[in-house]
Design a protein around this ligand. Structure first.
Ligand code: SAM
Ligand code: SF4
Length: 347
């Protein structure tokens, strides 16, 4: 059966829901090993061997929403922080010097940063560093996306989280399911490199829901897919629920690579938080992106969207990917070499 699915995927014939479910349910064994090999070959043939290292600045953990799974939801009692525009810009400039592929600005939904402030941050980063800027700041009013595009943002990450309407509504007391989908469509239509994604292992979710997530993302034409397992966060309504299955997460990456061979797909921090090794195994299951954390140390501990959130450190990550045989940009390789020399000199 895997052979038949592989042939259809190679011919770029859309896989059916039943075929995707089959890929998602493959368990430890020869067939699953072949699925990962196939996903890896697709990644290699369509996207090359380059792993894209993006950098994320989590600039505010204030949020006006109450997503049931999230550790920084409005009603959770956590220490709150906001970075000033100058602080954000200065971190972004340092990230650019290291050669990150994209600067991701991430936060809770925090209206403190009005449109003018966001435009200032984006346009300054863009005109100083020339590095693509990605927004991961929740839902904005439609006109804001146009203005921020003019200010220089080129990518937006807004996950649909789950395409199962019942589950979406159960975990998103402040969001409207149809509006989220409409907004994603709008973002893609503006010419942004649009990103979506889903959480694996939300309470009540079944395998068929994940197949529907994949088909939905293919339909709206996103170019980036950020999906990871649910990780319980202290103080939230879902704190007692088990984390999502890392093995199913790997199967999902592989199924996505066969369904949408040209997407940029990070091996996510959520997966690394459950099992650090699995985050790197994901690069042999179809992933080709990783997000390194550049949030200043004094703030990072307060951006706990889930308990025990791992830190994905830039140099360690670059070194490991290089040792795994992946290609990195010349600039990153040069910075890595410089860093390693400095460490040796200090010794
Ligand atoms: N506020 C913005 C938003 O919701 O799009 C951006 C920041 S939010 C923390 C980024 C992503 O974190 C969400 O899209 C969600 O999928 C993920 N997330 C939050 N809590 C999580 C949890 N407990 N387990 C797994 N992923 C989680
Ligand atoms: Fe806020 Fe985003 Fe967390 Fe929802 S997922 S509570 S919007 S930070």
């Amino acid at each position: 059966k895997l052979f038949a699915v592989a042939i259809r995927a190679l011919e770029e014939i859309p896989l059916s829901k039943e075929e995707i479910v089959y890929l998602l349910t493959l368990e430890e064994g020869e067939e699953r090993r072949l699925l990962f090999k196939l996903a890896n070959a697709f990644r290699h043939d369509y996207m090359g061997d380059m792993v894209f290292i993006k950098g994320v600045i989590e600039f505010s953990n204030y949020c006006r929403k109450n997503c049931a799974y999230c550790g920084i939801r409005a009603s959770n009692k956590v220490h709150r922080y906001r970075m000033s525009p100058d602080e954000i810009i200065s971190v972004a400039i340092n990230m650019a010097k290291l050669g990150v592929d994209t600067i991701i600005l991430q936060s809770g939904e925090d209206p403190y940063y009005d449109l003018e402030t966001l435009e200032h941050i984006v346009s300054t980063i863009r005109s100083t560093t020339y590095v693509p800027v990605s927004l991961s700041i929740g839902e904005l009013p439609k006109p804001a996306y146009l203005k921020l595009k003019h200010a220089g943002a080129s990518k937006v990450l807004l996950k649909h989280e789950t395409i199962n309407k019942k589950i979406f509504e159960a975990v998103h007391p402040d969001d409207d399911y149809d509006e989220r989908i409409d907004l994603l469509d709008y973002i893609v239509s503006l010419g942004y490199v649009g990103g979506s994604g889903n959480i694996i292992g939300l309470p009540g979710q079944v395998i068929e829901d994940i197949a529907d997530d994949i088909l939905f993302m293919k339909r709206i034409g996103v170019k980036m897919i950020g999906l990871g397992p649910f990780v319980p966060a202290e103080g939230t309504p879902l704190q007692k629920f088990p984390h999502g299955d890392p093995e199913l997460t790997l199967n999902t990456y592989a199924a996505i690579r066969l369904t949408m061979p040209r997407v940029f797909m990070p091996a996510t921090t959520a997966l690394g938080t459950i099992d650090e090794k699995k985050q790197f195994e994901a690069f042999n299951a179809g992933c080709n992106v990783i997000m390194c954390n550049f949030t200043p140390e004094k703030y990072r501990k307060d951006y706990m969207i889930y308990t025990g959130k791992a830190k994905v450190e830039f140099f360690q990550t670059a070194k490991r990917l290089k040792e795994m045989g992946f290609k990195l940009s010349v600039k990153i390789l040069r910075e890595l070499e410089k860093h390693e020399k400095e460490v040796m000199d200090r010794c």
